[in-house]
Design a binder for this molecule. Structure first.
Ligand code: N01
Length: 579
């Protein structure tokens, strides 16, 4: 389908500017350019496609989703021509896959690499997008495809800059190989990245590896293996069904969730049920009991099972106890898979510092001093300390909507969106896998495809109808934000500090950021919104029509003063919009 002939883009440089050339941005470019015939510019900070897989090239970086479902499903040729080599794809293979897709669809010519968006401002009805090369381009639509975990975070340890050794962050790993041989290495952080990089560094000829752990994690074995030709043929034969199942599932995997609870079962029965899943490895373990994330009794039994597995794997009982999580339920923080993680602590040259017992006091020129007074000397410190997740990259882009209001001001108390796809006050802005959409609680390519297709179809509808603007109403946004919070409160996710809760970055407001209701339910919801003529959105032909939300009468000056009197802290931009 092409809408090329039916719209007039004379007043803008591009129909759409897309930020990011990872899974989302590549597909978004293809849909808008090749299927709708629109002019699109993609701006990408890196020198190549890949998004998260361009940056996270630390040793051991591998996807926790199985490779045959961690990919696009929209193009049969791509699905049949690409063959994955292992059960879980390693970072270079995912990057190679995305390069293959970019070449296959001839996407690179519309991507400006090595360029960063420094601001995006909605001005006089169009988006003005400024980049760090000093250029500004205008577009009707502005689409962020920046991923959920793309701004690395390094804690502000005292005296950090005084350290004179090598430092690396897993999320911004250098392209040249890093030499660990005979070095004293520290790794700070035991999230999914730490759990992958620690065994790899531990395998090298390091002199000593010291792991600084704040919260122990429950890691389930990945049990990676090569995908032989026979397995691949079987996958190919059923590929369409497998992908359809993944797209209809609550978490974007072709898994059958067992319709059972562990709440009423004896521990021996729970162990018998879990053991085959443990042996099989991978995230099917997560769907053994349907109420894992809502029933504390079920979760406690699963957590107990995992704690025993850690105790069995680690030789030194004191180290084992430090590695056993006791303060949170399994999978309420993002559940990592591992390969040899616990075995690594059985090597004589690997030690563990529990920073809750013995916090980092400060960095020194030679390493790290802990509060017990010990000076740990290192040649290298690896920060596996995560990301300013979900909102960090969006906020850094300096996005300004109608009335000069910035996204940063708007989200001062945490993100509020409509469907995780758009924001009131920011017309024609679309956020692929934005906060309050399922994104990180699922197998990412699935919600990415759903979003890209929804956004593309929406843009096609607007252009065909000659409608200039689309913007969520304030009421719809408030309702969605409340719905998201209500759903989260019903789960165990809110019982622990995590990056899902925005808690990993000091001063970020505590709020659950992804949508926890499931990819399937969510997808039905966004399709229904479309079927109902974009329920919850204002569709407008002129700027004057925006911001009134259709249903709200304009405030008179006295009513506005009264509102301000009642709530002196009220945001003036909100008030201006109503008045
Ligand atoms: O980051 P994290 P990540 N002092 O935020 C610790 C995806 N991913 O890069 O738990 C000491 O999870 C922090 O401790 P605590 C995946 O979605 C996917 O590992 O906050 N420690 C934690 O241990 C994943 O969830 C894949 O108490 C400090 C660690 O640093 C997401 O990326 C692979 C500290 C950060 O863990 C992020 O994972 C890798 C401090 N001041 C990542 N501050 C695959 O698919 C933080 N920490 C395989």
């Amino acid at each position: 389908m092409s809408v090329n002939a039916t719209h007039d883009q004379a007043d803008v440089d591009y129909d759409a500017v897309v930020v990011g050339a990872g899974f989302s941005g590549l597909y978004q470019l293809h849909r808008l350019r090749d299927e709708l015939g629109l002019s699109v510019k993609v701006v990408e900070k890196a020198d190549d496609v890949g998004g998260t897989w361009y940056w996270n090239r630390y040793p051991g970086a591998r996807c926790d989703s199985e490779s045959h479902i961690y990919c696009y499903s929209f193009n049969e040729e791509i699905m049949s021509e690409w063959q994955w080599s292992e059960r879980y794809p390693e970072q270079p293979e995912v990057l190679e896959y995305l390069r293959f897709v970019a070449d296959h669809l001839d996407l690179r010519k519309d991507i400006e690499f090595g360029t960063e968006v420094t601001s995006a401002t909605f001005e006089e009805g169009t988006w003005q997008v400024e980049t760090d090369d000093g250029e500004t381009v205008s577009s009707q639509f502005f689409i962020t495809a920046v991923g959920c975990l793309s701004t690395p975070y390094v804690p502000d340890f005292e005296n950090r800059d005084a350290y004179e050794g090598e430092t690396y962050h897993t999320g911004k790993w250098p392209h040249d190989s890093v030499d660990f041989e005979d070095k004293r290495v520290a790794v700070i952080g035991t999230g999914a990245s730490g759990i992958q990089v620690i065994p790899e560094i531990g395998k090298e000829d390091v002199e000593h590896l010291t792991v600084f752990q704040r919260t122990p994690n429950y890691a389930v074995p990945a049990r990676n293996r090569p995908l032989d030709d026979q397995t691949w043929e079987d996958i190919q034969r059923n590929y369409e069904d497998i992908m359809a199942e993944a797209h209809d599932d609550g978490s974007g995997f072709p898994f059958d969730t067992a319709r059972q609870t562990a709440g009423d079962l004896a521990m021996e029965e729970v162990e018998q049920i879990l053991e085959p899943r443990w042996q099989e490895g991978g995230w099917r373990f997560l769907v053994t009991f349907e109420d894992l994330l809502i029933n504390p009794y079920t979760n406690e039994k699963v957590s107990q099972y995992l704690r025993e597995k850690i105790r069995e794997a680690v030789d030194d009982p004191e180290t084992a106890e430090k590695l056993v999580p006791t303060d949170h339920y399994y999978a309420t923080k993002r559940p990592p898979l591992h390969t040899d993680y616990y075995d690594t602590f059985n090597r004589g040259y690997v030690s563990l510092v529990d920073v809750t017992e013995n916090p980092v006091e400060r960095f020194t020129a030679d390493g790290i001093r802990t509060e017990d007074g010990v000076e740990h000397e290192f040649d290298m410190v690896v920060f596996a300390t995560g990301f300013d997740a979900m909102t960090g990259t969006l906020l850094q882009m300096d996005i300004t909507g109608r009335n000069g209001r910035t996204l940063e001001e708007k989200w001062a108390d945490g993100p509020n969106t409509y469907l995780g796809l758009g924001v009131h006050g920011f017309p024609n802005l679309f956020t692929v896998t934005g906060p309050q959409s399922p994104s990180v609680l699922s197998n990412m390519p699935v919600p990415i495809e759903h979003h890209v297709e929804w956004i593309s179809d929406t843009i096609a509808d607007l252009l065909e109808e000659g409608t200039r603007y689309i913007e969520p109403t304030r009421a719809a946004e408030e309702a969605w934000t409340e719905h998201n919070m209500d759903l989260a409160e019903e789960t165990l996710y809110t019982t622990v500090d995590s990056w899902y809760m925005n808690e990993n970055i000091p001063d970020k407001p505590t709020v659950f950021t992804p949508y926890p209701g499931g990819v399937d339910v969510y997808h039905d919801t966004i399709c229904e919104v479309k079927q109902k003529g974009y329920e919850g959105y204002t569709l407008a032909d002129s700027l004057d029509e925006l911001g009134r939300d259709g249903e709200k009468p304009k405030l008179g000056i006295f009513e506005a003063m009264e509102l301000l009197h009642d709530d002196p802290d009220m945001d003036l931009a909100d008030l201006m919009e109503m008045a």
